[in-house]
Design a protein around this ligand. Structure first.
Ligand SMILES: *[C@@H]1O[C@H](CO)[C@@H](O)[C@H](O)[C@H]1NC(C)=O
Ligand SMILES: *[C@@H]1O[C@H](CO)[C@@H](O)[C@H](O)[C@H]1NC(C)=O
Ligand SMILES: *[C@@H]1O[C@H](CO)[C@@H](O)[C@H](O)[C@H]1NC(C)=O
Length: 337
C-alpha cells in the first residue's frame, strides 16, 4: 500500500472511530435521564376494558410486542444478520449515512415514562377528512401515545385532532420546515427512510452540509428546525413487515412493475400494534375514488387527484385495515364507511 492509500483509509476510518466513542459517551449521559409519571386514569379504563386476548387466529400472521422501534448504533457493530435488502425494506448500502446520523442523535429510545408502562394505549391519528368535526380532540389527548403523520397541522384543529403528539412519522418530502409549530416540546420526530436520499437529507441537515436537491419526488425543506435529540429513525423492519405480512405486496417489484410501498398511515398502525396494547385509530380512509373533488384531508384542499401517481395502493390498504378492524386488533374512534 502506498502512503497515500494508507492516509485515505485512515481518514475514512476516523469518523467510525469517533462514532463509537460518542456512542458510548452518550450512554453514560443517558443514565441520568428519567421520566415523569402522569395520570393514568384514562389509560387504566382502556386497559381494563381491553379484551386482552388478541384475536390473532383471524389473521395469518403474528405480531410480537417489542420495545425497540428505532435504529441504534449497535445495530451496525454487532449485527448478526446484515440486511440483504436496500431501503425502504432493509439497510443494505445505507450504513455509512446511518452511522453519521445516529452519531449525532442523542438517544435511540422512547421516553422512559412511556416504555415503562405495563399497558400502553395508542391512538394513530390519520390525516383523513373523516376526523373533521369529530370533536375527538380531548379523547385523543388521553392516550399514552399519540402518533401523527407527516406534516398534518394541530394548531387550529385541536378540538378535532387534539394537541398531544408523542410520535410524528415523516419523510423528507412530508416534513414541515419547523416541526415545533405543530408538535409539543417532547414530540419524537420519527424519520421513515424510504430511500437512501432520505438519510442523506437528514445527514446534510444535521451536519449543515451542502444540500443535494436531486432524488426527491417533491422538494424537501432545505432548512429543517427539528432538534437532533428528538430525531429517531424507524427500523425498516416495520415497513418490511407491513408490506409482506399486512399488505402482502412484493418487496422487490418484478421487471418494469411500478414499486408499491405502504403508506405512512398503515405503517404507523403496524408499529402501534407492535408497541402498544391498545390501538385505536381516527382519520383513516379516503373518499370513494369516483368522487375526485372531495377533500381528502382534515386540513388544506387536496383532493383525490393529488393521490394519482402515488406509490400506494389505497383500495388494497383499505381492505387490509378492514381485516385488522374485523379481527379486533384496531378500533376506530368514529363511525366510518
Ligand atoms: C402465532 O402465535 C401462536 C402462539 O405463539 C402460534 O400458536 C401460532 O401458530 C402463530 N401463528 C402464525 C401464523 O405464525
Ligand atoms: C363542520 O362544521 C362546520 C361548522 O359547523 C360546517 O360548516 C362544516 O360543513 C362541517 N364539516 C363537516 C365535514 O361536517
Ligand atoms: C393542549 O391544550 C391545552 C389547553 O389549551 C393545554 O393546557 C395543554 O398544555 C396543551 N398540551 C400540549 C401537549 O400542547
Amino acid at each position: 500500500m502506498s502512503l497515500a492509500t494508507v492516509k485515505t483509509w485512515c481518514l475514512r476510518l476516523l469518523p467510525v472511530v469517533l462514532f463509537v466513542i460518542s456512542y458510548y459517551y452518550s450512554h453514560f449521559l443517558l443514565q441520568s435521564y428519567g421520566g415523569i409519571s402522569r395520570s393514568s386514569v384514562p389509560r387504566k379504563t382502556f386497559c381494563e376494558s381491553l379484551i386482552s386476548v388478541k384475536k390473532w387466529e383471524t389473521l395469518d400472521f403474528n405480531i410480537s410486542r417489542t420495545n425497540n422501534l428505532f435504529l441504534k448504533m449497535e445495530d451496525f457493530f454487532w449485527q448478526h444478520n446484515p440486511s440483504t435488502l436496500p431501503l425502504p425494506y432493509g439497510l443494505k448500502g445505507s450504513e455509512l449515512f446511518l452511522m453519521k446520523v445516529l452519531a449525532v442523535t442523542a438517544s435511540y429510545e422512547m421516553p422512559a415514562s412511556i416504555s415503562k408502562l405495563d399497558c400502553r394505549t395508542c391512538v394513530v391519528v390519520g390525516n383523513g377528512y373523516s376526523i373533521k368535526n369529530s370533536s375527538l380532540g380531548s379523547t385523543i389527548n388521553k392516550y399514552d401515545i399519540v402518533i401523527r403523520l407527516n406534516n398534518a397541522p394541530v394548531r387550529g384543529y385541536e378540538s378535532d385532532v387534539g394537541n398531544k403528539s408523542t410520535l410524528r412519522f415523516f419523510y423528507p418530502e412530508s416534513a414541515s420546515p419547523n416541526p415545533d409549530a405543530h408538535n409539543n416540546p417532547g414530540t419524537l420526530m420519527v424519520l421513515v427512510p424510504f430511500k437512501q436520499n432520505d438519510l442523506r437529507w437528514i445527514k446534510e441537515i444535521l451536519y449543515n452540509e451542502k444540500r443535494v436537491r436531486k432524488g426527491f419526488w417533491k422538494p424537501p425543506p432545505q432548512i429543517w428546525q427539528g432538534k437532533s435529540s428528538h430525531i429517531r429513525l424507524l427500523d425498516p423492519f416495520f415497513l418490511r413487515q407491513t408490506a409482506s405480512k399486512v399488505l402482502k405486496i412484493p418487496l422487490q417489484p418484478k421487471g418494469k412493475e411500478k414499486a408499491v410501498h405502504p403508506t405512512t398511515g398503515i405503517l404507523a398502525i403496524y408499529v402501534a400494534l407492535s408497541y402498544c396494547d391498545v390501538v385505536h385509530v381516527a382519520g383513516f380512509g379516503y373518499p370513494q375514488s369516483k368522487n375526485q373533488d372531495q377533500p381528502i384531508h382534515y386540513y388544506g384542499s387536496d383532493t383525490m387527484k393529488a393521490m394519482k401517481n402515488s406509490y400506494h395502493d389505497l383500495s388494497h390498504e383499505a381492505q387490509a385495515l378492514k381485516k385488522l378492524e374485523d379481527g379486533g386488533l384496531i378500533q376506530y374512534l368514529h363511525p366510518h364507511s
